[in-house]
Design a protein around this ligand. Structure first.
Ligand SMILES: [Zn+2]
Length: 173
């Protein structure tokens, strides 16, 4: 019997595998696939994600979406830079000291442990990705509000470019 464990591929930056968008829509779910789908805790193609993707694309960057071969199925994957970008909703991911995150008044016994669980999972995912050699950038929904979008994106682009230079430097020596 095949188990999730011997089915798991470890993908390190720089190794190329084909993971098309269409593969995210799985109709028949085998047990080993289910655990991978469960690894993704939020919706895909959210408004904040689209804002980041459009801006990166306009700046000339290319990326993959929702790579299921990586821990946590990251939102945006840039293999060239060994870089992963997570775009987080402030409520769902429990953004600390954020105006968009207010503790829910209704159904607290449901939401509070749920959000705490998401935060723990985010942390674990970041750690696993780093261990595999990926740099992880997190962009929060509140940083993508109209007023802040341009600044957030120019900082992100700067960080990505810096990453490129670092990697080029590392390759030379
Ligand atoms: Zn926030």
């Amino acid at each position: 019997m095949r188990t999730a464990a011997n089915h798991t591929k470890v993908v390190r930056p720089g190794s190329f595998t084909e993971t098309g968008r269409e593969s995210t829509h799985v109709k028949i779910v085998k047990p080993e696939q289910k655990s991978r789908m469960m690894a993704r805790i939020t919706k895909t193609d959210t408004k904040p994600e689209l804002a980041v993707r459009q801006s990166l694309f306009r700046s000339g960057f290319r990326y993959r979406l929702y790579d299921k071969q990586l821990p946590g199925t990251p939102d945006i994957v840039m293999r060239k830079y060994a870089l992963v970008i997570q775009v987080n909703g402030c409520f769902w991911h429990g953004h600390k000291r954020c105006k968009l995150f207010r503790e829910p008044r209704r159904n607290r016994e449901y939401w509070i442990p749920k959000i705490a669980g998401n935060m723990r999972r985010d942390q674990r995912t970041r750690k696993e990705l780093r261990k595999l050699g990926w740099k992880v950038f997190t962009v929060w929904e509140c940083e993508l509000a109209e007023k802040r979008l341009d600044k957030t994106m120019s900082l992100l682009v700067k960080d990505i470019t810096k990453r490129e230079t670092q990697r080029e430097g590392a390759a030379k020596f």
